[in-house]
Design a protein around this ligand. Structure first.
Ligand SMILES: Cc1cc2nc3c(=O)[nH]c(=O)nc-3n(C[C@H](O)[C@H](O)[C@H](O)COP(=O)(O)OP(=O)(O)OC[C@H]3O[C@@H](n4cnc5c(N)ncnc54)[C@H](O)[C@@H]3O)c2cc1C
Length: 241
């Protein structure tokens, strides 16, 4: 049974750690100041106040709900707007104001789906990191679970060791990173996630498809999956932009 989601509330948190994973992605660790603990479900997000006049941006939590005294975010710096500028200018110890937990993009246990397929592009992998670790490590989910992750360039990959380690530990988990502009010696999957699914046989028998990333990918995947017989209630998605 999925527990009821907590109503969002205002929190003050402070920046504890900032890791530049590569030239595009930064991981942030915030510690809560007031209130000092939070209850959330894997897949939910925080809404951060990014300007004095009250502009806000949403960021999915990539850390485990087990960690209740703080949260981690993974941010794609490429858009370069207000949200990216605000976060990249933060110094250690700086306070941020958030509303959390937000959103309903969580693993839907009531449908009794027999298999879970996660499909992300770019920073869309963020909620899936929390969700997949939660399903496998905390909930002991033994259904087949796969993660397809599309990026353009090899130098922008991150967290691959974590997912490969998860693959070695849990025989029901598989990780399929795919590059649309791979180097010649890239040994794994090539092409966009939509191309992978268009070429492959899709199991439409009560399999949950979880999609996260840009609007374009989500629309294309929805159309493709439905053409291949997947019911709309088995397609769950979170659109980042
Ligand atoms: C529910 C939800 C969860 C989200 N979670 C994350 C997350 O975990 N990590 C993350 O990096 N972002 C996430 N986003 C996107 C994030 O909220 C911002 O939209 C993004 O950081 C850009 O904000 P900005 O102010 O820097 O740019 P803006 O000024 O808002 O936009 C600048 C330009 O970039 C385009 N753009 C906006 N977002 C993106 C994007 N993600 N990739 C490419 N181009 C973009 C815009 O269309 C615009 O042209 C999430 C969005 C939603 C709705």
């Amino acid at each position: 049974m999925t527990p009821p989601l907590q109503p969002p509330q205002k929190y003050i948190a402070k920046l504890e750690e900032k890791t530049e994973l590569n030239s595009k992605f930064i991981q942030f660790h915030f510690e809560l100041v007031e209130p000092h603990t939070i209850k959330f479900e894997a897949g939910q997000y925080v809404s951060i106040k990014v300007s004095e006049r009250g502009d806000r941006r949403s960021y999915s939590i990539c850390s485990s709900p087990d960690i209740d005294h703080g949260f981690e975010l993974l941010v794609d710096m490429e858009p370069g707007g207000l949200g990216c500028q605000y976060l990249s200018s933060l110094n250690f110890g700086d306070p941020v104001e958030i509303l959390a937990p937000m959103g309903i993009f969580t693993v839907d246990e009531k449908l009794g789906e027999q298999e879970l397929v996660f499909v992300a592009t770019g920073s869309g992998i963020t909620p899936f990191r929390a969700m997949i670790f939660d399903q496998l490590q905390r909930k002991g989910d033994n259904r087949p679970i796969s993660l397809y992750w599309g990026l353009r360039h090899v130098e922008h990959l991150f967290w691959t060791e974590d997912f490969e380690q998860l693959e070695r530990t849990f025989s029901n988990f598989s990780f399929i990173p795919t590059l649309s502009q791979p180097p010649d010696d890239w040994p794994l999957s090539r092409g966009r996630v939509t191309e992978i699914f268009s070429a492959k046989e899709v199991n439409s028998n009560n399999v949950g498809y979880y999609l996260c990333g840009n609007d374009h990918m989500i629309k294309d995947m929805q159309t493709l999956l439905q053409e291949k017989g997947v019911k709309p209630e088995n397609i769950h998605f979170e659109k980042f932009y």
